[in-house]
Ligand binder design. Structure first.
Ligand code: ATP
Ligand code: MG
Length: 413
């Protein structure tokens, strides 16, 4: 059995489950080796509501990914979604005992640890403690205090917490599908990692992942994660609106949205007529593309409006020089970037997965930004630190898991 440096990433979305296998090429880029996608089941608004169905969907995606890369997946990084997720920024201060000596990595870690301590109810747990910045003696911020002098070090962190039950259900579902969970990563953070550029992160940007039934937001301000949030609205609401208002089956509405839908109403859209299967008779009826766009625009505006309210509430709406990067499957709706620019008065672009090689044609659309971001996250180690207690002891968990504990997430099939 030869060794492998490959990692696996699993994103359980509300419309699809994706498993991706990747390693790093000689230029340090993520290289996609295998992809498996299965229709989602057992999920409601990003959270598992039927563990058996969800397990089967994960099992199918994992099997397909295994077939496509010829390796067996034993463990992986998994995204967590849902409105049970909360986040807050927190500051911690530590004294440097000997100010004649430079600040050490231990001092920096101590400061982050203190800044990561918050009191939470017993039904919640910390998922991430992400360092945001440091201040020496409370004055100007420094990007890394190690090697500098001072008697006091402040650190600020972005802390993400989740409902314990949601984490347990997610872990159980993936483990029942035969895959050990190495790490749980916030879905919106993964979507940002998958789609943003370094320049955008530095200038201030919000990655907005509009998926099937959730919209998640990750704000970067001055290169650091500043705010994360999840809204319970997504592409399924657009399809539902079409199905209700045009009185047609869900599948017809979904196809109509993806093939002829637009978030913009305009002359050229209005003049086209499209056919849609209707309820009641077996016939098809004609609707104008302009009417379809009107329905889609109203709901898209609502989603964008809620994003704007969340950004304003968190205090970042005026700080986003790079504006919005729209990702997730619904960002493929024609004109959504233009509508976002008009309504939020911010630059907006649609962002697919970036910076990877290999089987990229399989994950080329924005719907795969999250799973690519997860893989990048796993490949570069822990940019977002997890508290020690959140990591699982893989050594106690069976034969395959013992192999995983030695750093081997795969065995060749
Ligand atoms: N061309 C298109 N135009 C508009 N919407 C589209 C298009 N292609 C896909 N979608 C929509 O994208 C949504 C699925 O997106 P995605 O795959 O990102 O969701 P997910 O990750 O499974 O769900 P979530 O992130 O909410 O849990 C569906 O609602 C689908 O209708
Ligand atoms: Mg998603």
């Amino acid at each position: 059995m030869k060794r492998s440096n490959a990692i696996a990433a699993i994103d359980i979305g509300s419309t699809k489950v994706t498993a991706l296998v990747a390693d790093v090429n000689e230029y340090g880029q993520a290289r996609v080796l295998g992809v498996g996608v299965a229709p989602a089941a057992g999920l409601s608004r990003g959270v598992i509501d039927n563990i058996q169905s969800a397990r089967e969907a994960v099992g199918t995606a994992v099997e397909k990914a295994e077939q496509s890369c010829g390796m067996r997946i034993l463990s992986g990084v998994v995204a967590i979604h849902g409105s049970h997720l909360n986040s807050q920024n927190n500051r911690g201060i530590v004294a440097i005992t000997d100010r004649s000596e430079p600040i050490t990595t231990d001092d920096r870690e101590r400061a982050v640890e203190v800044a990561g301590q918050i009191s939470i109810p017993t039904n919640r747990q910390v998922v991430h403690v992400i360092p945001r910045g440091y201040w020496i003696e409370g004055t100007d911020p420094v990007s890394d205090p190690v090697g500098m002098y001072g008697a006091r070090l402040d650190a600020e962190t972005h802390i993400v917490t989740a409902a314990v039950s949601a984490v347990q259900n997610l872990t159980k579902c993936v483990e029942d599908a035969g895959v050990q969970v190495d790490e749980i990563v916030l879905g919106s953070l993964a979507a940002a990692t998958g789609s943003l550029t370094t320049e955008e992160r530095a200038q201030g940007v919000a990655a907005v992942d509009i998926g099937g039934s959730t919209t998640s937001i990750c704000v970067y301000d001055e290169n650091a994660v500043a705010h994360t949030a999840t809204l319970a609205l997504g592409g399924a609401h657009l399809t539902q609106d079409l199905a209700r208002l045009l009185r047609c089956p869900w599948e017809s509405a979904e196809r109509l949205k993806c093939e002829h839908g637009s978030a913009l109403t305009g002359e050229e859209v209005g003049s086209v007529e499209v056919e849609v299967r209707a309820f009641g008779t077996n016939s098809r009826k004609r609707v104008s593309a302009g009417h379809v766009a009107e329905i889609l625009q109203a709901r898209t505006e609502e989603i964008l409006e809620m994003v704007a309210i969340e950004l304003k509430r968190a205090g970042y709406l005026d700080r986003l020089a790079a504006g919005l990067v729209l990702t997730g499957g619904t960002s493929q709706l024609r004109g959504i970037d233009e509508l976002a620019e008009q309504r939020l008065d911010l630059p907006a672009r649609v962002g697919g997965p970036r910076g990877c090689t290999g089987l990229t044609d399989l994950i080329a659309t924005p719907a795969y930004a999250t799973v690519v971001g997860l893989a990048k996250h796993a490949l570069r180690g822990t940019a977002a630190q997890q508290p020690a207690g959140a990591r699982r002891d893989v050594q106690e968990a069976g034969f395959f898991r013992r192999i995983a504990a030695f750093g081997r997430a795969f065995i060749p099939q």
